[in-house]
Design a protein around this ligand. Structure first.
Ligand SMILES: [Zn+2]
Length: 385
């Protein structure tokens, strides 16, 4: 089955997906060299092994639809595929004409197949429950976040909980007949099963964390008119030098990414404090700035006015105050935000039509919009046809 598949048997998209990704990688690299691209320098694309990458294919042309039962999707070449979850949310939008499927991506994660749709969506204008409310969010490791309202959002630490089971599964994998290409040994069936169980455990942790973050960011943006967060690098570099840095970093970035688009969806505003804004060292009562504050000091005590409160709450209060400053003095201070797009506010009563940067047309694989465009709905595919 491996390399004997005929050209005609495969969808041409299987090849195009890889070529499209390569084309984008090359463009990013050359734009980065020419200085036409923001952000970190992009390197030359590296070789990608099919053995170590996530199998994925993106369909951009042909029939892509959801069957009337909302339990099957139809994709080019593959035909109708049964879903584990109902696709009713997307189906409703498609029926109402407020969404149009641009592309469909099928990928395997943790031993399961997923399909996600990139859609052009017309969103109804929404307003947060409390448009005038401003909330500062201090992201951390001990707590996922401390809000300026005094609320502490717990960090569920799914990985720590699952670690024991994962160790056991990993041991089971290593005891099996593992594949070894040097001696042309293929893995045993037991190995494949054990491996699958382990990757399921990992995927479960990922899923739990993702669900928690989504619920948190949705709640924040639906409720408050203005959400203030720190620039990522402050949190990443100054705070968690030791524990679970990578995990935490990834979550911080994800929280900010979700807040960015969700605040726009919900008609709110996201303000990002500058990288060097001393949110932890400033007194939220009198504004005095300490020169030094060690990580061990969990309580902030002001030497100027004597105020004493929890360190993270103090930081969150400062962030909320920063938003007030931005609002009062709209002219020049907008640059507090590193990325201009984050602060965009929309006038009400206007229908927002989200558009992708490029519009895909049938037969033009080269003009496919970049991934992560507008909205994507993930559905779990059943492995049985
Ligand atoms: Zn003070």
């Amino acid at each position: 089955m491996r390399s004997h598949r005929g050209w005609a048997e495969c969808s041409k998209e299987a090849f195009n997906t890889g070529l499209d990704a390569l084309a984008r990688a090359l463009k990013n690299w050359s734009d980065s060299r020419k200085g036409a691209r923001k952000g970190r320098a992009v390197g030359f694309p590296r070789f990608k092994s099919r053995r170590r990458s996530t199998p994925t294919v993106r369909f951009t042309t042909g029939v892509m639809r959801i069957e009337a039962d909302r339990r099957h999707v139809v994709l080019p070449r593959l035909g109708a595929l049964r879903l584990h979850e109902s696709a009713r949310k997307l189906a409703r939008r498609l029926e109402a004409g407020t969404a149009r499927i641009m592309s469909a991506t099928v990928r395997r994660e943790g031993g399961r197949w997923f399909v996600s749709f990139t859609c052009e969506v017309e969103r109804a204008v929404r307003a947060p429950a409390r448009p005038g409310s401003m909330v500062g969010v201090d992201l951390g490791v001990k707590h996922l976040a401390v809000l300026s309202t005094g609320e502490r959002v717990a960090n569920p630490r799914h990985l720590v909980v699952a670690a024991r089971r994962m160790r056991r599964l990993a041991r089971a994998v290593s005891r099996c007949v593992t594949p070894d290409r040097r001696v042309r040994r293929v893995g045993s069936n037991r190995w494949a099963r054990a491996q699958q169980e382990l990757s399921r455990a990992h995927a479960r942790v990922v899923g739990l964390r993702r669900d928690g973050l989504h619920q948190f960011t949705t709640r924040l943006t639906r409720e408050h008119g203005t959400v203030v967060v720190e620039d990522l690098n402050v949190a990443g570099m100054l705070r968690n030098r030791r524990l679970a840095r990578h995990v935490a970093d990834a979550s911080f970035a994800e929280v900010r990414r979700q807040l960015t688009y969700k605040s726009e969806w919900n008609g709110g505003r996201l303000v990002t404090a500058g990288r060097w804004y001393p949110s932890s060292k400033t007194c939220s009562g009198c504004g005095a700035v300490k020169t030094k504050l060690t990580l061990a000091e969990r309580t902030y005590t002001c030497t100027a006015c004597g105020l004493s409160l929890d360190r993270d709450l103090n930081a969150a209060l400062n962030l909320a105050a920063l938003a007030r400053e931005v609002t009062d003095d709209r002219s020049g201070r907008e640059s507090l935000n590193g990325r201009g797009a984050d602060q965009k506010t929309r006038s009400r009563g206007q229908v927002a039509v989200k558009r992708l940067p490029g519009t895909a047309r049938a037969g033009q694989a080269g003009t496919v919009p970049p991934q992560g465009g507008t909205t994507a709905q993930r559905s779990l595919l059943s492995t049985r046809r």
